[in-house]
Design a protein around this ligand. Sequence first.
Ligand code: FUC
Length: 795
Amino acid sequence: MKPRLSFLLFIPILLLSCTQQLEPEKELDPSLMLWYDKPAESWTEALPVGNGRLGAMVFGGTANETIQFNEETLWTGQPHDYSHEGASEVLNKMRQLLWAGKQVEAQELGNERFMSQPLGQLSYQPFGDILLSFPGHESATNYKRELDLEDAIATVSYDVDDVKFKREIFSSCPDQSLVIRLKSSKTNALNFSLGMNSPHDVFDVIVDGDQLILKGKANNYPEDKVRAGGGYPPSLLNFEARIKVVNEGGGLVEEEDKIRITNANAVTLYLVAATSFVNYNDISADPAERCERYLHHLHGKSYEQVKADHVADYHKLFNRVNIDLPQSEISKRPTNERLATFKEDEDPSLVALLYQYGRYLLISSSRPGTQPANLQGIWNYQLSPSWDSKYTININTEMNYWPAEITNLPELTEPLIEMVKDLSLTGQEVAKEHYDMDGWVAHHNTDIWRGAAPINNANHGIWPSGGAWLSQHLWWHYQFNGDKEFLKETVYPILKEASRFFAEYLVSDPMHPDWLVSGPSNSPENGGLVMGPTMDHQIIMELFANTIEAAEVLGDDDELIADLKAKRARIAPNQIGRYGQLQEWLQDVDDPENEHRHVSHLWGLHPGSEIHPLTTPELAEACKVVLAHRGDGGTGWSRAWKINFWARLLDGDHSFLILKNLMVPSINPETGRDEGGLYTNLFDAHPPFQIDGNFGATSGITEMLLQSHLRDENGAFYQDILPALPGALANGKISGIKGRGGFEFEIAWENGKLTSVKVTSLLGNHLNLRYDGKLISQETSKGGSYTFNSDQFSK
Ligand code: FUC
């Protein structure tokens, strides 16, 4: 197509550039700002923005800027039932083989007859790239690239000759669009071209007036990753993205698949994007119609208004928690430099930054009405991402949501709750086909199509406790927020049906006929298919307890509840083995040399509440032995889990030691190898990037400062203040974090000691406030605030 001049101002007087105001630079708060003095060279240097649905990674190039973007519903595949007809026929045979010590045969049988169809699940996909090219900007100076967590805005600024250029990028939730604002310090100085690209095989880029349109169809699941047996459903999702260009001054030139912006004073680009996904069962939406609707909504709104609405919306969530840890001169360096020396300088304000970054990432990847945050949140540039960037539910997805309640973002759990509701339906089919049982069950992974059957390989895929673990997040949501209607309508039916499955599934152990055990199962990803892994029993114990308590609150006295009480009393107990370790399995076969990343049998310590130094000191000691065997390293999420474990063991310094092991540059500067830690954009590295470690770290830091999972004999929660304060964080203040029973806290400490704590009672429950072994116990009124200093705590 011949370039067409749609609107160009040639009036020379306007081209005589005048100075125009750029927004003044914000003062740097090192605990709320990531910043760098050069553009990103790799994806894990780029800066993430997101509105829960629409995510982008900003590289910040000068002559060429790439903004890679995602929409959370773009996946391979289509609605699909993964259950394996007739699988239940081999259930008992697998149990018999395992009891006879024939693990290999049991796994073979499982692999032949019991697995999901197909054997794997589908994968999350990248959407496209926004490409901006600025001729002449190769020699930029005074460069800065930053991500401001206070307002959720990424900024790129630099000078070319005597002109300053500035770009602001954010993903707006109220306006469901990715917004890019470009401005220069002189009028008529913005000259660039705008293009789009997509990694998918089938796509087209079209110019339509002031809009650039990208349309395409999702690739099929990558052939080289298809597991034995094939049968991966072809991809049916269509996608469309549109960028609307709003230029102030200057003009637009339509080129073949690009729009050229000439001599503008300021330009705003609004990207909207959608797919045909409606829900796991329905893909009938029209992405073009959705894009039009988003653009229509934006119509007539000024950039200033869109930005103000974005900031106000984000502040409502982000500003609930404030953490204040000391900062110094070293805190002012670029983020990559701060990270490189953290192990030596232990700069508390970098801890604060990582803490708030976890909250920022959750706000940016999980909003009511969206999909839950997957293994990479919503950020992914690969057609074949690690583990399909799906949902691994034997630790990873749950870890994503650990910070939600405690850091005062309860509404962000809504996508997880919705996913569990879906799984309780697809999981019913799996309970029927694979176990011939009632209720619902989900195994160790799921995807956007809500697969619940065991995938990959019997040796780790046959693990029936994924749904049981996930459903406890609903119960915890109730514990924090106390909404009885929600308990009745949503939580209880899900818990009850999950419990119904396990009541039927648990089986008497031939060696200890009084014990009920789980199996065939595995201790996540360690040791292969077995009967009776400890983690399952801990999860089922708490699932039954929660279901029973919910029934009591709601006055449901179904026969099932009596059955759960009887069976709960018979679930195989935690056992301490020959090294003094908490046993991972029924038999005392733990290997002290095994540094496996999963520490599944400590589930009862965290996130569960069965084990604690005060209530079960021997078991707590046995957990320490396990952690000593496993070591202080591990994958990103494994390190993050250990921060939480040590905090629950009330050892703040050990907890901090693991935090330090997590806060190291993932790329070894000497060897260039990717070894786990943090990338320069502070994304956590498994490696590769996996977001769970970010969320697990934020949770672990909170657990150092507040824990609320123990209860008195009347069921009221203890609010344990500074239970595991590390020496390295001896001074600080935090406000807005929450405890179970509906309490919000403002805690200040100096030289390692509490100075004051303010408690706001949101529900009017009984308050058990505990610090340093001393208790304040009193009634509260709803909405009341109570302030104490450390002298007011008595034995
Ligand atoms: C589990 C872990 C792996 C990885 C994957 C996504 O399988 O064992 O380490 O985190 O999930």
